[in-house]
Ligand binder design. Structure first.
Ligand code: FAD
Length: 435
């Protein structure tokens, strides 16, 4: 893999700027290209959906854009680990939809329950039906209940996953605060693919930060269904530096794979029948595309959504576009940044298609910052493009392993700046302002 060092700033901007370039094609389109006012419906107001709604409306103001999202405030998973550490307030993770409404986007706070691709209609839980010319789905992930024996929705109230930000995140924090000093925080980490590959390991870091300052005799045990993980060398280096032997990581090959959960007893069992006892049990279970994707008929046997990666239109159902965690878009990770980048490409493709314009060539970028300690940030960054209709990594890399304290501190600051910038780009809600 290329490192960031190998990539000149100009090359980087050329790549990253590609998504904007796609927009340039649109701006040259005459406004009389289509007389009728097309209907675009977007399901999901998270990183992917809210971005798509905003950029479709921005590129094609005459289009009627409706965003369906049940929550009045969307709480981000990014920075939810910092909330567990006591470094952010819960409210700072929440974003409202006022600014999207101010752009002329209709926002319906409801759950989409039916997609009728033949009639090109979406129905919400109240029974209201909406017709669409183009539909974009960004429903994120759903938990595959019982894929881990014993881990169903009721079990998640005792052993929270906290892999969707909200009450689950608050429950995990309450449990952490109630844990005795000397207790074991046990995390079950899933196989690939799953939402946010570095997320479990940032969570372990942030829990360790909390424990170090509040319950220093405690331990963190990560039982992992994988043999390696994102930014592994950097995480393990940081763990040793800040937390000594507080964090123990057990890979798949050393019996790390959990196959059974007893949430009532806070116990898990591994493949080779070892039972582990936890004081706080955080199970990050296998996942699949949000349920509305299957209801729309766009998922395949894997439970995820195959898409044409030049447009993010479904490979199975025309005029339905899908972005974000729900999609199969490897090598792009399932991240908020990826969802945002994919949504801009899909927005451009939708508008081009509505205006009978050719599809623009897309480029994508993703950066994932993780915090190991308040002044110790690390990152992975990649640029992506299409080669023979296949999404490939064109450049990128991780933070240097020999980065000094100043470098790590700067990356922690860049992480905060990233959060503020992407929040403003998507929701631009007053809650997004970092205190
Ligand atoms: P989501 O953001 O989950 O949005 C989906 C939305 O769709 C939800 O609001 C939901 O209510 C709505 N929805 C679902 N079904 C329906 C329906 N039927 N009708 C109407 N609405 C519906 N990513 C990063 O880039 N950087 C990070 O630092 C980072 N940190 C993370 C830390 C943790 C602990 C976790 C768990 C994840 C992290 N991520 C991070 C990943 C990021 O949260 C996801 O990749 C991102 O949220 C995906 O965006 P999305 O739009 O696909 O889904």
């Amino acid at each position: 893999m290329n490192t960031l060092k190998n990539l000149s700033r100009r090359q980087w901007l050329q790549r990253v700027g590609g998504t904007t370039l796609a927009g340039t094609v649109l701006l040259s389109v005459p406004s009389f290209a289509r007389a009728a006012q097309p209907n675009v419906v977007v399901i999901g107001g998270g990183f992917g959906g809210a971005t798509a709604a905003r950029y479709i409306k921005r590129r094609y103001p005459q289009a009627d854009v409706t965003l369906i999202e049940p929550s009045k405030h969307y709480y981000t998973c990014p920075f939810s680990n910092l909330y567990l550490a006591g470094l952010r307030e819960f409210d700072e993770l929440g974003h409202g939809f006022e600014d999207l409404k101010a752009q002329g986007i209709h926002v319906i706070h409801d759950l989409a329950t039916v997609v009728d691709a033949d009639k090109k209609q979406v129905q919400v839980s109240t029974g209201q039906a909406l017709s669409y010319d183009k539909l974009l789905l960004a429903p994120g992930v759903d938990i595959k209940w019982n894929a881990l024996e014993g881990y169903d929705e009721a079990a998640s109230l005792l052993a929270p996953h906290a892999w969707k930000a909200g009450p689950q995140t608050q429950l995990l924090k309450e449990q952490l605060e109630a844990m005795p000093d000397g207790g074991v925080f046990l995390m079950v980490a899933p196989e690939n693919p799953f939402r946010c590959p570095p997320g479990p390991y940032e969570r372990a870091s942030m829990v360790a930060h909390y424990l170090k300052h509040n319950k220093p005799k405690s331990k963190i045990l990560i039982l992992d269904a994988k043999d390696n993980f994102s930014k592994q060398g950097l995480f393990q280096q940081g763990w040793e530096q800040h937390y000594g032997d507080m964090i123990e990581w057990v890979p798949y090959s050393q019996d790390g794979k959990v196959i059974r959960v007893d949430a009532g007893k806070r116990q898990v069992e591994t493949e080779f029948s070892e039972i582990h006892q936890a004081d706080v049990l955080n199970v990050i279970p296998p996942q699949k595309a949000g349920a509305i994707a299957a209801a729309a008929g766009v998922t395949d046997a894997s439970g995820w959504v195959p898409v044409h990666t030049d447009t993010f239109e479904s490979k199975l159902v025309p005029d339905i576009y899908v972005v974000g965690d729900a999609t199969i878009a490897s090598p792009m990770p399932k991240s908020g940044f990826s969802a945002n980048a994919q949504a801009k490409v899909a927005a451009a493709a939708i508008v081009n298609s509505l205006l009978d314009q050719p599809t623009a060539e897309p480029y994508f970028a993703n950066t994932c910052y993780s915090l190991i300690a308040p002044e110790h940030g690390i990152s992975v960054a990649n640029a992506y493009a299409l080669e023979n209709q296949k999404l490939i990594e064109t450049s990128g890399g991780v933070s240097p392993i020999d980065g000094d304290a100043t470098f790590r501190q700067l990356e922690a600051e860049y992480g905060s700046a990233w959060y503020q910038a992407i929040s403003e780009d998507i929701w631009n809600s007053p809650l997004a302002k970092v205190k």
